[in-house]
Design a protein around this ligand. Structure first.
Ligand SMILES: [Zn+2]
Length: 333
């Protein structure tokens, strides 16, 4: 047990932390501190240091809460745990239904914009249609859509309440994490992780486990915040995705690509996106910090206003500087 005592703070508490001696990506051991962040969601008294591995340029929180206590840094009403059932839209069907016709050239830019405006990337039908969503929450945003289109849906999620909801939605869901997901070897056609990898204690272990569960030719589809993106640079420590100590790792196209290749994957596609809620979330976080305002909710009006700009941005993929990295990687046949 270590105390992360903070000078001048009355509200001290003792949090079990662990210190990484070797880099999760390259096994190097020479780190330099680059940032000190506070918890901008639960406002605990601790300060968290983001370090950079000098050998591979990976950024991560060190020291950090142990696996045993990390749950106490998540609010109980974490949005994804409670999402209500979702019905597929027409474009979902067009992309992911088993009998969907090939996509013609003129549909491609339209569907690209659709995909980029959506929080999740909807996959084309693949193999037997077995899909595992890691960090599935209640399944109410993603797995519901795929199940309605004929996919066999599996999920894993640390919150027992969210898993109970996912099972009630008809998904084969279990309690656990990306690192210990127990589904059989080579049992999945698609594995997805939407904003999950940055939360894991070992992305290397998580990706190795994804690789194990995928069939040869199967695809991993994931999204993480882009540490090299324009929002991260513009907002600095006020960027919403700093999110210490929940985001334990910060990735760039390079470090994420190296992680995937080390796990055995072939990287098929890397793009960046900036969703319509992303700018206002970043702005909100910044304003709340600088002016002490308490703007807490996404405004649907602002989402509507931003959507056309995001559609344009999507067509040029933000020239690689969007707020999130979206990756498709394949387990080679
Ligand atoms: Zn390293």
């Amino acid at each position: 047990m270590h105390a992360t005592a903070v000078e001048g703070q009355l509200e001290e508490r003792v949090v079990p932390v662990e210190t990484l001696a070797t880099c999760d990506l390259c096994s190097g051991g020479d780190f330099e501190p680059r940032r000190v962040w506070r918890d901008e969601l639960l406002f605990g008294p601790e300060r968290w240091t983001l370090v950079r591995c000098k050998a591979c340029n990976l950024y991560f929180i060190n020291p950090r809460p142990t696996r045993e206590v990390i749950g106490s840094f998540y609010p109980t009403d974490y949005a994804a745990h409670l999402a209500p059932p979702t019905q597929p839209k027409r474009w979902h069907r067009r992309v992911a239904a088993k009998d969907a016709a090939p996509i013609s050239w003129w549909e491609k830019p339209i569907l690209q914009v659709r995909q980029d405006l959506s929080w999740y990337r909807i996959p084309r039908w693949h193999g037997d249609g077995h899909v595992l969503d890691i960090g599935c929450g209640s399944g109410g945003r993603y797995l519901d859509v795929l199940k309605a289109l004929g996919w066999t849906t599996y999920g894993i999620e640390p919150s027992p309440q969210a898993v109970a909801n996912a099972v009630a939605h008809g998904h084969q869901a279990v309690v656990g994490t990306a690192e210990d997901a127990p589904f059989p070897d080579q049992s999945m056609d698609i594995v997805t992780m939407w904003h999950v990898l940055e939360h894991t204690h070992s992305p290397a272990t998580a990706l190795a486990n994804c690789f194990r569960m995928l069939r040869p030719g199967g695809q991993l589809s994931l999204c993480v915040p882009n540490w090299a993106g324009m929002q991260a640079k513009l907002y600095g420590r006020f960027w919403w995705s700093c999110d210490a100590p929940r985001h334990l790792f910060q990735f760039t196209r390079k470090t994420l690509g190296r992680y995937l290749e080390q796990a055995g994957f072939r990287v098929v596609k890397v793009t960046t996106r900036t969703g319509p809620t992303s700018w206002q979330r970043a702005a909100r976080h910044f304003l709340n910090n600088v002016f002490g305002t308490k703007w807490a909710r996404d405004s649907s009006l602002l989402v509507d206003v931003m959507s056309p700009f995001c559609a344009l941005g999507s067509l040029i993929r933000y020239a690689g500087a969007g707020a999130e990295l979206r990756v498709i990687a394949e387990r080679p046949s």
